[in-house]
Ligand binder design. Structure first.
Ligand code: PEP
Ligand code: MN
Length: 347
């Protein structure tokens, strides 16, 4: 439920409305807009409350059919949220690219890939230290050692680090090393994990579940935000459909739909959507053309020997070529991309 107050409503009346709602044990979110003030009532409120609110001085309108995710909805917060990670702004004019291997394998691997993707213009380094694998027999990641290697790669290249956390009890450990905590597709509705990443200050990259609707993704983001962390970046990474020509089906339309429904930044992972590296550049371009704030892309110096997701990982040369293409596309769309040295001269 949202109460809409006149912009001219005196502070005292606004405070009165907030106190009125809080006295009934409900939490509020106040957004000051140019022409009005919105008082979002978190977790509901019934018709009787709506009628009482309508009778209060300064209340212009009460909407009872507001989205169930008030903190992340655009209705409450019409201007786009920019999530800052170091000197990188996600959700602004720049098309921000995060890149790296699916998993951290060893020091030489992560340093080599980090140097190359940095030279190609990536702004964040990705790499899993804790891997949620479909099979218990597959490589599960290096754990804390992987986090240490990511931190070493950051120290050398200056790239911020995004890495996955798979369990609430690991949040503190991962947050000690990472700049952005990734919640993977399989954990999008792990509500204890969402609350745990919401209770710490690092930005969160929240990936859409394989079978999740856009509304479920937004509700998952609401969990993180309501636990105290508004720095959430959403990621469309392909959903499961009847189609088997690709690993998943990239839901390009999720980008403009999310942009309409939420103020949070939206990025796309073309690698897990495609499942095959040949398709990754086309999906990456489609995502940027559709209005994505950025991309997260898997790249590896030797994809054929990668410990995981080699089939969908771009070679470092292919990643460099993609970045050049994206820079042209970004310019055509009035978006920015950092000028890159390229891997031949830069690494
Ligand atoms: C990953 O980023 O390597 C990953 C496991 O992604 P997802 O959760 O989207 O499958
Ligand atoms: Mn992967």
């Amino acid at each position: 439920m949202i109460a809409i107050l006149d912009a001219t409503c005196p502070l005292r009346q606004k405070a009165e409305v907030v106190r009125f709602v809080e006295q009934r044990g409900l939490r509020v979110q106040v957004s000051e807009l140019e022409t009005r003030t919105l008082v979002g009532i978190l977790g509901g409120g019934d018709e009787a409350l709506a009628a009482e609110l309508r009778a209060l001085p300064g209340v212009r309108e009460v909407r009872t059919v507001a989205p169930p995710y008030p903190l992340v909805s655009r209705e409450h917060h019409p201007s786009a949220t920019v999530v800052r990670v170091g000197d990188v702004e996600i959700g602004g004019d720049e098309v921000v690219v995060m890149a790296g291997p699916c998993a951290v394998e060893d020091e030489a691997q992560i340093l080599r890939i980090a140097r190359a993707v940095a030279a190609s213009g990536a702004r964040l380094l990705r790499g899993g230290a804790f891997k949620p694998r479909s099979s218990p027999y597959s490589f599960q990641g290096l754990g804390q050692e992987g986090l240490e290697l990511l931190a070493a790669a950051r120290a050398e290249t200056g790239l911020a680090v995004v890495t996955e956390v798979v369990a609430p009890e690991d949040v503190e450990l991962v947050a000690r090393y990472a700049d952005v905590l990734q919640v993977g597709a399989r954990n999008m509705q792990n509500f204890r994990l969402l609350s745990a990443v919401g209770a710490q200050p690092r930005a969160v990259l929240l990936k859409r579940g394989l079978m999740a609707t856009i509304e479920e993704l937004l509700m998952a983001a609401e969990y993180v935000s309501s636990a105290g962390n508004p720095r959430v970046i959403l990621c469309e990474r392909g959903i499961r459909t009847f189609e088997s020509a690709t690993r998943n089906t990239l839901d390009v339309s999720a980008v403009p739909v999310l942009k309409e429904k939420t103020h949070l930044p939206v990025i796309v992972d073309p690698s897990h959507a495609a499942g095959r590296r040949e398709l990754v550049p086309a999906l990456a371009r489609a995502a940027v053309a559709a209005g994505a704030d950025g991309l997260i892309v898997e790249a590896h110096h030797a994809p054929e020997t990668a410990a995981s997701d080699g089939r969908q990982s771009l070679t470092l040369e292919a990643f460099d070529a993609l970045m050049r293409d994206l820079a042209r596309l970004a310019a055509a769309l009035d978006r920015r991309m950092p000028r890159a040295a390229g891997i031949t001269s830069g690494s």
